[in-house]
Design a protein. Structure first.
Length: 437
């Protein structure tokens, strides 16, 4: 059965990600997503559960947000944006949006088509989609059962009820076929025969040979659609190659990153930290103008307009937001921050107001301890480590193959004896870099 693995991988992730962090941070599961918030000692919610990730820091809280997509055409013109919702799917036939209440239908002006929300909505064939509101409502903790519906693009029910367990979906343990999603609609198996249900909801009885032919036709179509895939090169840049022969279509050495969905005639690329769109012959469709990563389809692009991280102080007042690739843990008032620069990640430090304290210039940046932090730089295919202070001054040079944070005025470090001899000399040093005997 096609597309079931994708659908139920979401169920599996959702089902096993519902534990809370502790007394202050709590979680709520809504559909396939888990949201985190904060309660006080009385159990009152003081920070609404809308965050993908929430962690207590040295003097506050670091939160990560779910993406919030807006839709643009291939000329960079905004087509649709919703103030409090993300647009997850956009086509001529249907538009699917999502907010903290769940997934729902909207029209091309962004108007919600019904008051109903769903735990999950996913396109499964042209003009039709799968919806469910019963994830995890089962006594079976390992393989919960669920019930779902099939809608057309207008939000009208095509199949009012489908139900089976995730064990069946994961391991294909079906005594008989229930349904399969094909390019022409849904092949639906009933006691009295086999039916083809079109996107408009019309139901026609077909023979087993016709059903087999439709399934084979869909397989061939999918094989033709999914010709290429993107991957990282040895130098850290990205390329696109053919799925069958691994022939390079878009070569290495040009793009810092490539986002490709496997079947579009276009791909999104990152160059000089900006995102643009090209076709498979590398002709410009949209110059690199977006700071945020984009997802490109044949007729439109999705752009994430939400900041990745938000930092709150102890009073839960938002202090700063960041689109950095990585934020670590605050230690002694500073946090390590990572961004992609060229074909590699560079690290620096920010203070609790979101101001840069140390520029992005390191290949590694650890937490501060005793006023110093371990930092690393890659040289001759190996990373050497040293120490800096909070102003970014190099206090101990890059000369160690291993280095651990300072504690009580000393740090444990290691140096290889030679390139051929991988054994190490390990010892303690003081804050001036002198050995402690």
């Amino acid at each position: 059965m096609k597309h079931l693995a994708v659908i139920f991988s979401f169920i599996f992730v959702m089902f096993f990600c519902s534990s809370s962090y502790g007394d202050e941070i709590f979680s709520e599961r809504r559909g396939i997503h888990t949201y985190y918030g904060i309660k006080n000692s009385s159990g009152d919610i003081i920070l609404e559960p809308v965050y993908k990730f929430l962690e207590k820091q040295e003097n506050g809280y670091l939160a990560r947000l779910y993406p919030k997509y807006s839709i643009y055409d291939l000329n960079g013109k905004k087509l649709l944006e919703l103030p409090d919702s993300s647009i997850e799917f956009f086509s001529e036939n249907m538009i699917i949006a999502k907010n903290i209440n769940g997934y729902f239908f909207v029209d091309k002006k962004g108007k919600q088509l019904s008051k109903d929300y769903y735990d999950y909505l996913s396109p499964v064939f042209p003009g039709g989609l799968f919806a469910t509101n019963t994830y995890g409502r089962s006594d079976d903790l390992l393989y919960p059962s669920f019930e779902g519906k099939i809608f057309n693009g207008r939000g009208e029910e095509v199949i009012p009820k489908i139900s089976f367990s995730t064990e069946q979906a994961f391991f294909q343990k079906f005594d008989k076929k229930l349904f399969s999603f094909e390019q022409d609609g849904i092949i639906w198996y009933e006691e009295d025969g086999i039916y083809l249900i079109k996107p408009d909801g019309k139901k026609n009885k077909i023979s087993k040979d016709e059903a087999d032919e439709l399934e084979q036709l869909t397989d061939k179509t999918l094989e033709k659609m999914y010709k290429y895939f993107s991957c990282m090169c040895e130098d850290g840049t990205w390329r696109i190659e053919t799925l069958a022969s691994h022939k390079e279509v878009v070569p290495c050495g040009k793009y810092e990153e490539i986002s490709y969905n496997g079947f579009s005639k276009y791909f999104a690329y990152k160059k000089n930290n900006l995102w643009g769109v090209k076709d498979m012959e590398e002709k410009d469709i949209l110059p690199p103008v977006f700071k945020e990563q984009i997802v490109v389809y044949d007729d439109y692009i999705k752009v994430n307009t939400e900041a990745d991280f938000v930092y709150f102080d102890k009073n839960l007042k938002p202090v700063f937001s960041s689109n950095a690739e990585f934020l670590g843990n605050f230690s002694e008032g500073l946090v390590s921050v990572g961004i992609i620069s060229g074909n590699k990640m560079l690290y620096g430090y920010m203070d609790e107001q979101g101001r840069m304290a140390v520029d992005f210039k390191y290949d590694y940046a650890g937490d501060f301890s005793d006023g110093l932090a371990v930092v690393g730089k890659r040289e001759n295919r190996q990373c050497l480590f040293g120490f800096i202070d909070k102003k970014g001054h190099q206090t101990i040079d890059f000369r160690y193959n291993k280095a651990f944070p300072f504690s009580d005025g000393k740090a444990y470090v290691c140096i290889r004896k030679s390139e051929k001899d991988k054994s190490e000399n390990c010892f303690y040093i003081d804050k001036t870099g002198n050995n402690i005997k």
